[in-house]
Structures are given as structure tokens and as C-alpha cells.
Design a protein around this ligand. Structure first.
Ligand code: ZN
Length: 243
């Protein structure tokens, strides 16, 4: 077998669609702990185009979990540094850096994301991203962390429940920083990247209509059925109730 950059992954399934991955266009909302690890995994795997979105600069307290950044990057824009580091990992993918939230500036007309990565850390931004997914009919991979815990779900507009459907109107969010441990963030980011690669290569079954909960303290991964709320504040606006 000829050795190539991707030769070790081409036989992960009987018909692994590397070409589909090379044509993939993903938008990563949030280049914090989840976003930096998800983007690293997707770039290494040969994802075609990555749109990276984050309005923040790099701070010292980011470095315990945002492994793309170094001490000398403190004060620099996250998306600028991330593109530079990711290009050094793999020169194949194309990058678009949005120095802002995902909807702060229009994308080039020729660029249409095929998958959204929810790597955010706040409910308001998450609801906006799910709304964007539903409006534009773009699937979304949700990930979230809280200390040793994390959760994963995939939202297919018109077909499945979104991560906010489960909140049933309980929209209160504590403004305190979410406890975050780099080791556990990479577990969830790895699951998000895995779902993304499965989506593009048509491999296995996606984590649809369920939450997958990771508990790093008890070392368990449990599923909870996620039911659609037809009055969901995030996903119901653009869908008929008959779906
Ligand atoms: Zn919903």
C-alpha cells in the first residue's frame, strides 16, 4: 500500500470517502477549547475548507485547554493564530478567518458551509447558531463541556431535535466562567470531529435525537433520548409543526 498523508485512515471503513472529506466545508463557531481541538483533528484528517469564527484574543487562562496557542500568543487574535498553526499542520485545507461571531460578516458567495460545529460556551450564541442552521438547512454538531462532564448531539434541521429542545423553556444561564479541563475538552472535541468525519464520509450512525453524556469522573458515556420540542426557541421557527 502506497504511503500518503492519509493512508492510515483510508481503511477505517470498507469504503472511506476521503474525497468527500476533501470537498467538505465546515464552519467552526468558537475557537476556544473545543474549536481548537476540533479544527486540529479535521485539518489533520484532510477536511477541505474550514471557516473559523471567534471575536476574542488569546488570554493566559485559555492555555490550559486551547492547545493551538502559546504563551507568546497572548493578546493576539485567536483566528489569526489558529489559521497560522493549522496551516503548519496541513497545507492542503483552505481557511477563512472571521474575526467575530459566526454571523458578524457575510461569507463569500462561493462559500457555503455544509456542516456547523457548535464549539460555543454560551446559550445565547448557541441559540443563534441553531437558528442559523435551521434557517439555512445546515446540519450542526453540538458539543459542550463543564468540568469533567461533557455532552454531544447532532442536529439535522427538519429531521431531529436540537440541543435546546431539551431545555423546555429553562433558559437561565449562570454568567460565571464554565469550569474547563483541557483533557476533558479534547474528549468532547474528538467526539465532535468523529461525528463530522462520519457525516462527510457517510460512515456509521450519527448521534441524532439523543444526547451523549461523557462523565470523566466515573468514566462513562451514556445516551439520553432527545425529543423534539415543536415550540423550541432555537429550531422551530423555520419548520412546520407537521415535521
Ligand atoms: Zn430545538
Amino acid at each position: 500500500m502506497e504511503e500518503s498523508r492519509y493512508s492510515r485512515q483510508l481503511h477505517c471503513t470498507a469504503n472511506f470517502k476521503q474525497a468527500a472529506l476533501s470537498d467538505a466545508v465546515v464552519l467552526i463557531a468558537g475557537m476556544g477549547g473545543l474549536g481548537t481541538s476540533v479544527s486540529t483533528a479535521l485539518v489533520a484528517a484532510g477536511c477541505g475548507t474550514l471557516i473559523l469564527c471567534d471575536p476574542d484574543t488569546i488570554a493566559l487562562s485559555n492555555l490550559n485547554r486551547q492547545f493551538l496557542y502559546k504563551e507568546t500568543d497572548i493578546g493576539k487574535k485567536k483566528v489569526t493564530v489558529a489559521v497560522k498553526r493549522l496551516k503548519a499542520i496541513n497545507g492542503d485545507p483552505d481557511f477563512i478567518a472571521i474575526d467575530g461571531r459566526f454571523n458578524d460578516q457575510p461569507l463569500p458567495v462561493s462559500i457555503k458551509p455544509q456542516l456547523l460545529l457548535d464549539c460555543l460556551d454560551n446559550l445565547e450564541g448557541r441559540i443563534e447558531l441553531i437558528d442559523y442552521a435551521a434557517k439555512n438547512n445546515i446540519p450542526l454538531v453540538h458539543g459542550a463541556v463543564d468540568g469533567f462532564m461533557g455532552q454531544l448531539s447532532v442536529f439535522i434541521p427538519g429531521e431531529s431535535a436540537c440541543p435546546v429542545c431539551s431545555l423546555s423553556g429553562d433558559m437561565d444561564q449562570n454568567d460565571a466562567p464554565i469550569p474547563s479541563l483541557g483533557a476533558c475538552v479534547t474528549v468532547l472535541a474528538g467526539l465532535q470531529a468523529t461525528e463530522s468525519i462520519k457525516f462527510f464520509t457517510n460512515s456509521g450512525d450519527l448521534c441524532i435525537n439523543k444526547f451523549m453524556f461523557f462523565d470523566g469522573l466515573s468514566t462513562t458515556l451514556d445516551a439520553m433520548i432527545l425529543e423534539r420540542d415543536h415550540n423550541c426557541i432555537a429550531c422551530s421557527k423555520y419548520l412546520s409543526h407537521g415535521l
